[in-house]
Structure formats: structure tokens, C-alpha cells
Design a protein around this ligand. Structure first.
Ligand SMILES: Cc1cc2nc3c(=O)[nH]c(=O)nc-3n(C[C@H](O)[C@H](O)[C@H](O)COP(=O)(O)O)c2cc1C
Ligand code: SF4
Length: 490
């Protein structure tokens, strides 16, 4: 993963933990309304993909155990990992695009209700993404993947002086033998990208029928998945409008579609708003519907805080029940993957902004989204909307969380990696046992596992008590899959 060149080492601090009485009268542990639902406290575990579903997208016992473990910590909300809306093969990613996924999703809901004693609200993040290919072996790219078009034939004739137009096989062989400098004169930027990092579809590829048709298919597919999730008993739907995926790409200034769904901010917001309306119509009025969106894209020519403030106001005005702010996490600046692997949107500078690690710059990894979130929330409030804002990024102690609420940066505090490091963080602090918290050290060991699509665990506990009865292990048998119990839980 990219890191700031300054390489300044930062450490997480416990700060001062509150007594049980102080915690119970704090903002963090006060209730908040999110549209039709009420959270017992202002804490939120954002979506984290643990790579535990089957290859067909079904819930497994390991998925259930993962959510059960978070629920025992009784946060205000758990958002279930990014779950695909379409009924297409997506590897071990949960899916909600067909009725056959209903029983598994139902089980997640009931496990969370039971383990949290009904205290935790459970939402699901719904995602759409476009195709991305692995970085090819160059020989295979030239022999099979590259689509030979007249431009390549013309270049061959011009370079070789051939009297007759060659067949594609001769052109493929010729291209494969060119130097890098020569290739850069013949191939387009997209062809070079396909060679260097693997081909990736974009929302602007409207020459492809399925991408031209996104305005027709996305509202329907999101609505169908939301309806299914609602039937499974989820309290709310989080539309994934963030990071490297379809909806965030539609909102981006890089979206230059000319069919009314790109270009100006109004046009870029159009399909996300249509998706929202379709989803809202597909679920009951007691179901919260909101989105995760980017406060900043953190890439060249990408979305700014100003763009995000505009979208947040539009979404609030449309009736979104919450806006959860993340940042970065784009393909545009991702590092080159190894041959045979796909690019990963959390490896470049924008990826660092999304999941900053302890090696950082002077600003450090904690609170990088604070200034943006404060501006976006103020814009929404000035427009007269009370829509709750959720903000995540490096929160690990009580004082930090309480300050974000007191300073009007956010209404709800998102805690992702700290919740993975210690799922009991919420309950420990609320009951006055903050000193028992296992603090995240922000090494991003978990994120590296995520990148390789391996079962996500935390290095602080995944080798502890491996032989204890009932401990489920990773496929390689070396790691336990969920955090050990909090032994002195009250
Ligand atoms: C293993 C892992 C998986 C993640 N999966 C998702 C995801 O499915 N959807 C999402 O919006 N963010 C995802 N994220 C990002 C987190 O939700 C969160 O925004 C990020 O980790 C920053 O918050 P933190 O500093 O509290 O960890 C993931 C993060 C990690 C570490
Ligand atoms: S592996 Fe554990 S300690 Fe390291 S960043 Fe992830 S949650 Fe934090």
C-alpha cells in the first residue's frame, strides 16, 4: 500500500476512559434517530468484507460467527459488508440479487438481534460494481485479449511497409515483439492500461450496451436487493455510493456521460437519486435508507469536499435517512498488481486516505475526514435538514469520539478497524471498562488480508488460544477467525 513519504510513525492512544456513569451521560452513548429507526447509541460499525461467504455468495457459519462477535459488543449499528445486488458470479462476496439468498441473510439478522440482546440495529450495504480483469501475462494479452482493430493494422502497414493488409495473427505477433516505447505509439491509453494492470470497465463506456443501460438496470436491481434485504429483517439499507464502484463513479467529475447522467453535478446525481427513489419505494416506511459516500475522492480531478457537500444536500433533500462519509479508495491511483492479480482500490494514495495506517504524514492517520465531514454536515444543516451524518477514520478512543460529536463534526461515530481489533470496544467503554480495550495499532494487516481476498482477522488476537474448544480456524488453520471472548465481561 502507498504511504506518505514522510513516514512519521503515529501511535493510537487510549486517552482517558470514562466511568460507567460518565459514559452513560455522554453524547456517544446517547440515542439518535436515523429516519424511522432509533439507535441506542451513536456508534456504528461500518461495512467490512471479511471474505467468508461461499463462492456462490451464500452466508456461511463463519459469516454468522463474524457478525455474532461484533453484536456481542452491542454497537448502535452494524452494517453488513458490501453485498452484490446482481445475480452474477462475484466470488466470495455476499449477494442479495435473488430469493435463494434470503434464508442466509435472515440468519445474519437473527444472530445479531440475539447476540446484542436486541440493542444493535442491523443494516446491509448494497453494492454494484463493473468488471475488472486481472493483469494479464503479456504474451496472452497480445495473443488473445487485445481486440485487433483497423488502427493496429494501419500501424503495422506503416511500420513494416507491407504491401498487403495483414491478418490479425501477424499483427498480434508484431505487437508482442515491440519495445515499450513503440507500443506507447501504437496502443491507446486504455489498451496500455489493460496490458499493465488489467482491463477495467468505466461508467463512461457507453459503447457497451450493459453500461449504456445502467440508468434502466440499476434502480431495478438495487430495489430488488433492498426488498429482499427488508424481507430478511434488516432495519435499513446502506446504498454503496463510495470508493471505486459504480455509484461513486457516476458521482465523480470524471463521469463525462452525455446521456443526461454525467457532466454537471446535477446530472451526476441523477442516477443515484433515481436508485434511492426506487429503493425507497421497494421497502416499508419503517426501513432506514441512506448511503455511504465520499467526502473527497482524493484523486487527480476527482470529487472535492464542495462536490460532496452539494450531493449531501441533494440527498438530504430527497429524504435519505443518513449519510455515511468515507474518503478515497479509488482504482485510478491503485498500484500496479502482480501478473495474474487484479488491481485493488486501496493501494494508492486515495486508498491510504480511506484506511490510513500508522506510518503517516504530520497530520497522522486519525481524523483525516474530520474537516471534510464538518463542512458537509454544516452544509446539510444550513439547508435546513437534520439528516444524521456518520463519519469514520481512525477513531479508537472515547475522547476522540466524544469530541467529534461535541464539535458538530458528526452525529454518529463510525469505528471499523478498532471494532475488528476489539469488538467489545463499545460495551467496555459504556460499562466503565475502557482500560480493558485492546487498541488497534493501525498496521493494516487486516486490510492486506482483504486485498488478497483471504479471511480477514486481526493480528492482535488471531493466534490467541488457538487450541481452545470451539475455536474456528482459517482455511490455512493458522489463525482463529473471531476475537477471543472478553473474559471478565460483567
Ligand atoms: C477489512 C476491511 C474491509 C472493508 N470493507 C468495506 C466494505 O465492504 N465497504 C465499505 O464501505 N468500506 C469497507 N472498508 C472500509 C471501512 O468501512 C472504513 O471506512 C475504513 O476502515 C476506515 O475506518 P477505520 O479507520 O475506523 O478503520 C473495509 C475496511 C477493512 C479494514
Ligand atoms: S490488523 Fe488489527 S491492529 Fe492491525 S489495523 Fe487491522 S484491526 Fe487494527
Amino acid at each position: 500500500m502507498w504511504r506518505p513519504p514522510e513516514r512519521i510513525k503515529h501511535a493510537a492512544h487510549p486517552g482517558r476512559w470514562p466511568s460507567a456513569t460518565e459514559a452513560q451521560t455522554s453524547r456517544l452513548f446517547s440515542p439518535v434517530k436515523v429516519g424511522p429507526i432509533t439507535l441506542a447509541e451513536r456508534t456504528w460499525v461500518p461495512a467490512m468484507v471479511p471474505w467468508r461467504a461461499t463462492d456462490e455468495g451464500f452466508v456461511t457459519d463463519d459469516v454468522l460467527q463474524w457478525y455474532e462477535r461484533f453484536a456481542r459488543g452491542q454497537p448502535g449499528v452494524i452494517v453488513v459488508e458490501a453485498t452484490g445486488i446482481r445475480d452474477v458470479r462475484s466470488g466470495p462476496l455476499l449477494r442479495a440479487g435473488h430469493e435463494r439468498f434470503l434464508p442466509g441473510l435472515r440468519e445474519i439478522v437473527s444472530v445479531v438481534r440475539r447476540a446484542s440482546g436486541g440493542r444493535t440495529r442491523i443494516l446491509i450495504q448494497l453494492i454494484d460494481f463493473l468488471a475488472i480483469r486481472r493483469r494479464p501475462v503479456p504474451e496472452k494479452f497480445f495473443a488473445q485479449f487485445l481486440q485487433i482493430v483497423p488502427r493496429h493494422l494501419d500501424a503495422y502497414v506503416a511500420a513494416t511497409g507491407a504491401a498487403v493488409t495483414p491478418g490479425p495473427a501477424a499483427v498480434r505477433e508484431w505487437l508482442a515483439a515491440l519495445t515499450r516505447d513503440q507500443l506507447e505509439l501504437v496502443l491507446t491509453t486504455r489498451e496500455l492500461e489493460a496490458l499493465d494492470v488489467g482491463a477495467r470497465e468505466r461508467v463512461t463506456d457507453t459503447h457497451l450496451p450493459h453500461i449504456a443501460a445502467l440508468p434502466q438496470t440499476l434502480p431495478r436491481d438495487f430495489a430488488r436487493a433492498a426488498h429482499l434485504a427488508r424481507n430478511a429483517g434488516f432495519d435499513g439499507i446502506e446504498l454503496h455510493f463510495a470508493h471505486a464502484y459504480t455509484m461513486a463513479s457516476l458521482l465523480s467529475p470524471l463521469n463525462a456521460r452525455v446521456d443526461g447522467y454525467g457532466g454537471t453535478r446535477e446530472n451526476r446525481a441523477r442516477l443515484p437519486l433515481e436508485v434511492y427513489r426506487a429503493v425507497r419505494a421497494a421497502v416499508d416506511t419503517d426501513c432506514a435508507v441512506g448511503c455511504r459516500m465520499l467526502a473527497e475522492e482524493c484523486i487527480a480531478d476527482g470529487g472535492t469536499i464542495d462536490d460532496a457537500a452539494y450531493f449531501a444536500r441533494e440527498f438530504a433533500s430527497a429524504g435519505f435517512d443518513f449519510l455515511s462519509l468515507s474518503r478515497g479508495g479509488k482504482f485510478d491511483d491503485a498500484l500496479q498488481p502482480k501478473v495474474g492479480q487484479a488491481a485493488y482500490p486501496y493501494t494508492g494514495r486515495s486508498g491510504y486516505e480511506c484506511m490510513p495506517s500508522y506510518y503517516s504524514d504530520a497530520q497522522g492517520p486519525f481524523g483525516r475526514n474530520v474537516a471534510a465531514a464538518a463542512t458537509i454536515r454544516a452544509t446539510v444543516r444550513e439547508a435546513g435538514y437534520a439528516t444524521p451524518i456518520v463519519t469514520a477514520g481512525g477513531v479508537h478512543n472515547f475522547e476522540q469520539a466524544e469530541k467529534l460529536l461535541r464539535d458538530n463534526v458528526t452525529d454518529i461515530v463510525g469505528v471499523a478497524r478498532q471494532a475488528l481489533a476489539d469488538p467489545d470496544w463499545f460495551r467496555k467503554i459504556r460499562t466503565g471498562h475502557g482500560e480493558a480495550v485492546r487498541l488497534c495499532i493501525y498496521t493494516n494487516y487486516c486490510e492486506a488480508l482483504d486485498q488478497r481476498h483471504r479471511q480477514v482477522t486481526c493480528e492482535l488476537w488471531d493466534r490467541v488460544d488457538l487450541d481452545a474448544p470451539g475455536v474456528r480456524r482459517s482455511i490455512d488453520r493458522k489463525r482463529r477467525l473471531v476475537a477471543p471472548d472478553w473474559k471478565s465481561a460483567p
